[in-house]
Design a protein around this ligand. Structure first.
Ligand SMILES: Nc1ncnc2c1ncn2[C@@H]1O[C@H](COP(=O)(O)OS(=O)(=O)O)[C@@H](OP(=O)(O)O)[C@H]1O
Ligand SMILES: Nc1ncnc2c1ncn2[C@@H]1O[C@H](COP(=O)(O)OP(=O)(O)O)[C@@H](O)[C@H]1O
Length: 194
């Protein structure tokens, strides 16, 4: 394909940029995954990108309804979301995925699915320490766990396997939301995706 044909192919008639990619934001509850995803989504939309945020909570109300937080259910949840994200990414959408995805093998399977189809995939570890997350406690889960009202909370009494070589690691405790989103945006730009 010539350069000009490629250019025509990556912009719709409405001037949407249609270079798809999945950006998976993995990390503990309250790490900042959702906040960064929506901040980045706003910025990308302003630039003309097609964007969808696959929010873990929303997915669990619908396509993962009935799944809990066992290892098996979390794996199933992550594979379902990975399936949808890859479809979107392959079809020109930036799929932003703020989902805990605590297990390395689950995350690697999602990356593998993307590699197989040639869809771009970026893993971002929102590496906020549990001590900071538990103070933020956006949904009150850490307090519930401490009060004995909840068990199996990721990072406290359930595993979180740190990504060994994420494409980007974000220390959100040392940054503003805008700085964190800008770091992901910079990586997308570096990879020719934004
Ligand atoms: N036990 C336990 N452990 C972890 N998280 C819990 C749990 N119970 C409920 N929640 C809330 O569920 C939200 C969605 O989880 P995910 O689908 O992202 O989790 S997973 O990838 O399937 O492990 C997740 O959202 P975030 O806080 O945005 O991470 C949690 O708020
Ligand atoms: N640099 C940052 N990036 C993302 N969130 C941040 C940052 N600094 C502070 N926060 C705050 O941390 C909280 C993260 O909550 P949320 O995005 O719901 O986490 P998660 O989706 O990982 O559970 C929000 O209240 C957000 O304002």
């Amino acid at each position: 394909m010539t350069a000009s044909a490629f250019q025509a192919n990556t912009e719709t008639q409405e001037n949407h940029v249609t270079t798809g990619a999945t950006v998976w934001l993995t990390g503990l509850p309250s790490a900042g995954k959702t906040t960064i995803a929506y901040e980045l989504a706003g910025r990308l939309r302003e630039e003309g990108h097609l964007v969808e945020v696959l929010d873990g909570d929303e997915i669990r109300e619908f396509i993962s309804a009935g799944l809990g937080f066992s290892r098996e259910d979390r794996h199933t949840n992550v594979q379902r979301i990975g399936f949808v994200a890859e479809l979107l990414a392959r079809n020109g959408v930036k799929a932003l995925v703020p989902v805990i995805a605590p297990y390395t093998d689950s995350r690697d399977a999602v990356r593998g699915r993307h590699q197989k189809s040639g869809a771009a995939y970026i893993e971002v570890h929102v590496a906020t320490p549990v001590e900071v997350c538990s103070v933020r406690d956006v949904k009150g889960l850490y307090a519930k766990q401490a009060a004995g009202e909840l068990t199996g909370l990721t990072g406290v009494d359930d595993p979180y396997e740190d990504p060994e070589s994420p494409d980007l690691r974000i220390e959100s405790q040392h940054q503003t939301v805008q700085e964190s989103a800008a770091a992901v945006h910079a990586l997308l730009t570096e990879r020719g995706l934004a």
